[in-house]
Design a protein around this ligand. Structure first.
Ligand code: SF4
Length: 294
């Protein structure tokens, strides 16, 4: 089926007109655009689910540091903490925070991850989908539906702005990943297309202005831990949306605000490592220490 969808308004209208879910519309669009079957689309998406699961497992079983030596053992520490004392909010919280760290630490070890939407934000979507899948015993088809739903949110935002910290700050990387995850969580919990889009908008709207200021130019500080934070942020957005609490600013306008915020953001805070955390005393010291070692 040929669909032209580049706004949330159009997406919702298409869902309403056809009576289909977001994932159904998007898988049909992908199949049409790439001249393949819906089954092929779903199989490709499932390969990504499997890669996400592998990255999580590999990350959970490793405490190898990154080449810089700055990060790589946070997941192990958190796991140890959870062995001794459960998370305040229970198992799902535990899994989400752990799985995000596990995936991001695999990324900094240069191992295989799914860039979703980018490598620096690769822990957020898998943490939410795979944790909820385990907790709520989802089957393969449910997992695929969730990831296609997440991807739809990313696709629509990408028609307005490139997903890169260098273009619009971290709101365009981890912010978008959080919005995608919020949408996936609502899909998993049986929400409507309207609630799914609303959740994405709520997540994104509360991350506007998030800067990209990686220490020493490495996708490690603050990126690794940020993935855990924003995976949890996605769950808050999903819960609020499932209660039919709506964003007062329409979802497409939230994206417009994000684009504008990115344009207004100083280049010093867009992946150049010339401001923010990167130029704190400690940030500069880390950079100089790493430089002296090379
Ligand atoms: S801070 Fe910058 S490099 Fe790190 S994840 Fe965010 S956008 Fe990517």
């Amino acid at each position: 089926m040929e669909y032209s969808i580049n706004t949330f308004e159009k997406l919702l209208k298409t869902c309403t007109d056809t009576g289909k879910n977001i994932y159904e519309i998007m898988q049909e669009k992908e199949a049409y655009d790439f001249e393949i079957t819906v089954e092929s689309v779903r199989n490709k998406v499932y390969q990504n689910i499997l890669a996400m699961k592998s990255a999580i497992q590999n990350g959970l079983n490793s405490n190898e540091k990154s080449y810089s030596g700055l990060c790589g053992d946070d997941c192990e520490k958190l796991k140890t903490k959870y062995y001794k004392k459960k998370a305040i909010f229970g198992h799902v919280f535990e899994k989400i925070t752990l799985y995000a760290l596990a995936t991001m630490e695999e990324n900094l070890r240069m191992n295989k991850i799914v860039a979703c939407p980018t490598a620096g934000s690769c822990g957020i979507v898998p943490a939410v989908i795979i944790s909820l899948s385990e907790e709520y015993h989802l089957n393969k088809e449910d997992e695929i539906n969730a990831l296609i739903t997440a991807g739809t949110i990313g696709y629509i935002i990408s028609t307005k702005v490139a997903m890169a910290g260098a273009v619009a700050g971290c709101q365009a990387e981890c912010g978008v990943a959080s919005a995608m995850s919020a949408a996936a969580a609502v899909q998993i919990m049986g929400g409507t297309p309207k609630q799914i889009i609303n959740a994405a908008a709520l997540a994104l709207k509360n991350l506007l202005g998030l800067t990209c200021d990686p220490v020493a130019g490495l996708v490690e500080i603050p990126c690794v831990k940020r993935n855990s934070f924003l995976a949890i942020h996605a769950i808050t957005a999903a819960e609020i949306s499932l209660a039919d609490i709506e964003t007062k600013i329409p979802p497409d306008e939230v994206v417009d605000a994000m684009v504008q915020t990115g344009q207004l953001m100083s280049p010093l805070l867009k992946e150049t490592s010339q401001g923010g955390l990167a130029t704190t005393k400690c940030g500069i010291l880390i950079k100089e220490t790493l430089k002296s070692k090379t």
